[in-house]
Design a protein around this ligand. Structure first.
Ligand code: CP
Ligand code: NVA
Length: 294
């Protein structure tokens, strides 16, 4: 199976992956699910966490990972996506891909004969959601909590909204009008049993929330929109300051752009649980790879 969106897993499969991740983190299970296996990792965009946590995770599971940056393979310039999918499938046991266009991971998934994992597209970041849910379960002992999303309603937010719906976590999403979550994602969240609230008012979202989650205002590939986006988010009060955060835990998928979506003081405060969240990428993805390859 492929993991292109968080809801490619059923609720039961999601629970299995999270539980496996917790057991791996606690050292309660043998980590050899990738013995003799190789993972191809395609990156059209930069990455710190995704690249290093996947590569380290593969090693820790007894396998091997190959990093394929934009200048290393023909994908996107000399070869159709479907041909890359078919050739890589003859060598490796799993493909992880970070690309711009979500349709490209769908095409990889359609033509590959090994599992394809989405390591971030412009629309979704399901591996991040696995780590987010793991972090929230550690923080609150379950999912009986409300998280305020304050920021852009794009990839990280969209996967988080769907993942939250799957586990029964309440989410209030504050975005500027022009950068809201896609209607299709909200409809899918409702199908999954979620009732995400949406607003354009960050203070209203945070009020009554148990934790606050934000992401950069200018995502990779949006550099030409930088001035416009900064102006909208800043004037609409979307920066996470210590005052807005209060004593709530702060989540951020990282990288953080201090002085833009979050102040240095807020992310350096004891409320930030962003390093646990980053660490959980490793455990969550090991849980996922164990599930996909077993
Ligand atoms: N959160 C995340 O995916 O980080 P990287 O861009 O560093 O991989
Ligand atoms: N929204 C950000 C997330 C980075 C992990 C981006 O797409 O650049």
């Amino acid at each position: 199976m492929n993991f292109l969106n968080i809801d490619d897993l059923t609720r039961e499969q999601l629970e299995t992956v999270l539980t496996e991740a917790e057991r791996l983190k606690a050292g309660e299970t043998t980590a050899d699910a990738m013995a003799g296996d190789t993972m191809a990792m395609i990156f059209e965009k930069p990455s710190t966490r995704t690249r290093v946590s996947f590569e380290t995770g593969a090693t820790q599971l007894g396998g091997h990972a190959i990093f394929l940056g934009p200048d290393d393979i023909h994908l996107g310039h000399g070869e159709p996506v479907k041909d890359t999918a078919r050739a890589l499938s003859r060598y490796v046991d799993v493909i992880m891909a970070r690309v711009f266009d979500h349709a490209d991971v769908e095409e990889l998934g359609e033509y590959a004969t090994v599992p394809v994992v989405n390591g971030l597209t412009d629309d979704a970041h399901p591996c991040q959601t696995l780590a987010d849910l793991l972090t929230i379960r550690e923080q609150f002992g379950g999912f009986d909590a409300t998280v305020a999303w304050v920021g852009d309603g794009n990839n990280v937010c969209q996967s988080f909204v769907l993942g939250a719906a799957m586990v029964g976590l309440d989410v209030v999403v504050a975005t500027p009008e022009a950068y809201s979550v896609d209607d299709a994602v909200l409809e899918r969240a409702a199908e999954l049993g979620g009732e995400p609230e949406t607003t354009t008012d960050p203070e209203a979202a945070v009020d009554g929330a148990d934790a606050v989650y934000t992401d950069v205002w200018v995502s990779m590939g949006e550099e030409s929109e930088r001035e416009e986006k900064l102006s909208v988010f800043e004037s609409d009060g979307f920066r996470i300051t210590e005052e807005l955060l209060g004593d709530r835990p702060l989540l951020h998928c990282l990288p953080a752009h201090r002085g833009e979506e979050v102040t240095d003081a807020a992310i350096e405060s004891d409320n930030a649980i962003v390093w646990d969240q980053a660490e959980n990428r490793l455990h969550a993805q090991k849980g996922l790879l164990t599930y996909l390859l077993s």
